[in-house]
Design a protein around this ligand. Structure first.
Ligand SMILES: Cc1ncc(COP(=O)(O)O)c(C=O)c1O
Length: 556
């Protein structure tokens, strides 16, 4: 057993990667700007120094450090089973690769087929685990600090569905950010819950949405209370795609004071537990259900995720039932074993495994900042939020007079540099355990070339995003719940005739990825002209059957 370590949390920040902190006990709002390791060290000292004065649990949280454990029971079970000398008469039909399609074996070899086995007794049962899967999930639970962990083969999408369905029944109310991932929207269709949206903060210069704040949630709970409605759950996305973290510790405290469970979509933050300068994890901050895409920054196979539970507000049996209902009865053991392997990889060296990635990200960030016309997203751009993922590099290119899409094209075509996501004003790069110095150097070369080329062509012709046009709005009238709208009969109408109709599709502009219309909402003039405006300027319209928006699907 690894020894328990006490870490000091200030609004969910372990140390370091913070630019502003709210020092509640002292009644002030201490703005602390930390750019260098040296400064972050000072910050750590400040946090520790504070501790002597504190007795309030508002500031201090105790949780065990990740357990060192490199054993992978499910990987071992798969190996042993694959090595058996037996005549197999069960599925899958390729029979351990004997009849594997050659086009694929030429690409990936025979080994994946050899280990692509079904739920045999010695390989345990995902929905009633007693052997290797149970062992692997328990080890994951120890490492990530949950009371129970479930392996998912349907990505975080499936975990978000299960989280919503296990906490909300038809007609209940769920508070969630308007820019929640599409999986939250489909989770609402499945559960029949009624959404109450919170608009995330929006930075128009970056054209990026941030997180949501405890005060926004309090206001929503109180407003609903005054209407005689209670809230079944609050869902928060933290971190966002760009790495912005919400103040989960205060959100959880607030929600728990009302007896409301908190679900955190931590799809992009599964790595937070593994470096002292990362933001605190949702579990460390008391969240009840946390869903992580282990396949994003961590190293499991695509589509594999984990759902973690903590505390006793949510019903574990209900989570089990939902997961059984939502997942395949033939879960892929390659995916499951990859979760076990990714956990064991972290468990071998949980405290230092991310040191190199953190160094690379820090060096890269510092060098990118010196490139003329290029800006790096930092906490000053979202000062209402307590922390940001140090492994997400979001780079603004508007001073070069080009869009993120144009920058992406140059980087990709001329330098072979592929970003995680491109926006109108910026590009986001994800640094992972698989990122090497050469990758960062290639990125720097690409950005330097982009800078000199664009400045030569455009001078200092800044690309501006005007506030009014891009700020998301909040005059939403919901006529049908997402579930009612999903099942309602639909028809297509020409855009000129759709005002006042009930929208039948989820229409979103990327960026900033905040849905403008969600099925069941009345189509307003403001929503429509916003969509038409942003489409004209080149935003990608997603979710609409007709992306050109000459017609819109409405409920009959
Ligand atoms: C914020 C967020 N939540 C949930 C998901 C869904 O995750 P998955 O792809 O693992 O199903 C994504 C996917 O990109 C995401 O960005």
């Amino acid at each position: 057993m690894a020894s328990a370590t006490t870490l000091f949390l200030q609004n969910g920040i372990r140390s370091g990667w913070i630019d502003s902190g709210h020092c509640g006990r002292f009644g002030g709002n201490l703005r602390l700007f930390h750019r260098s390791i040296e400064e972050s060290q000072k910050k750590q000292n400040w946090t520790i120094a504070c501790r002597q004065d504190l007795n309030a649990d508002t500031f201090i949280s105790t949780f065990p450090s990740p357990l060192r454990d490199g054993t992978a029971p499910l990987v071992n079970a798969l190996k042993t089973t694959a090595e058996q000398d037996v005549a197999r008469f069960h599925f899958p039909g390729h029979n351990r690769g004997q009849a594997a399609p050659s086009s694929l074996t030429q690409l990936i070899g025979i080994q994946p087929f050899l280990h692509d086995l079904p739920e045999l007794p010695e390989l345990d049962d995902l929905f009633s685990p007693k052997g290797a899967i149970l062992d692997a999930q328990k080890r994951a639970s120890n490492l990530f600090g949950s009371s129970e962990t479930w392996f998912l083969v349907g990505g975080t999408t499936c975990g978000i569905h299960a989280a919503i369905m296990s906490t909300c029944s038809p007609g209940d109310t769920l508070i969630l950010p308007r820019n929640s991932h599409i999986s939250a929207m489909s989770g609402m269709v499945l559960s029949g819950v009624i959404p109450n949206y919170i608009l995330p903060e929006y930075n128009s210069q970056w054209d990026i949405a941030g997180g949501i704040t405890p005060s926004q949630i309090k206001e929503a709970i109180e407003d609903l209370k005054s209407e005689g409605r209670s809230v079944s759950a609050v869902l928060v996305t933290s971190p966002t795609y760009e790495g912005i973290c919400s103040d989960l510790s205060n959100i959880v405290k607030l929600c728990h004071s009302y007896g409301i469970p908190v679900i955190v979509d931590e799809a992009h933050g599964a790595h937070f537990r593994f470096h002292h300068q990362m933001p605190c994890t949702a579990l460390e901050q008391g969240a009840d259900i946390v869903v992580q895409s282990t396949h994003k920054v961590l190293c499991s196979l695509t589509q594999s995720s984990m759902l973690h539970m903590s505390g006793d507000i949510v019903d574990r049996e209900k989570i089990c039932r939902c997961l059984q209902m939502l997942q395949s009865t033939s879960p892929s053991y390659l995916l499951l074993a990859s979760l076990d392997a990714a956990r064991a990889q972290l468990g071998e060296d949980p405290d230092t495994i991310f040191n190199k990635s953190m160094e690379l990200a820090g060096e890269g960030r510092n060098q990118i900042k010196t490139i003329p016309g290029i800006t790096v997203l930092n906490m000053l751009n979202f000062s209402n939020f307590p922390a940001m993922d140090p492994l997400r590099l979001t780079v603004g290119v508007w001073q070069l007079g080009i869009s993120g899409y144009e920058a992406d094209e140059v980087l990709c075509d001329e330098h072979g540099v592929i970003c995680e996501v491109a926006g109108r004003q910026s590009l986001t790069f994800a640094i992972t355990l698989g990122t090497h110095k050469q990758h960062i150097q290639r990125l720097l070369l690409g950005l330097e070339h982009l800078s000199s080329m664009s400045l030569l062509k455009n001078g200092l012709d800044e690309r501006r995003v005007e506030d009014g046009v891009y700020a998301p709005f909040d005059d939403i009238t919901m006529s049908l719940s997402p579930r009612e709208a999903f099942f309602a009969r639909k028809r297509k109408v020409s855009t000129g005739k759709c005002l006042g109709e009930i929208c039948g599709e989820l229409i979103c502009s990327y960026p900033p990825g905040i849905p403008v219309l969600i099925p069941g909402e009345i189509i307003t003039e403001r929503a429509l002209s916003y969509l038409l405006d942003v489409r004209k300027i080149g935003a990608v319209i997603s979710g609409a059957a007709d992306p050109e928006l000459s017609t819109i699907v409405v409920c009959k």
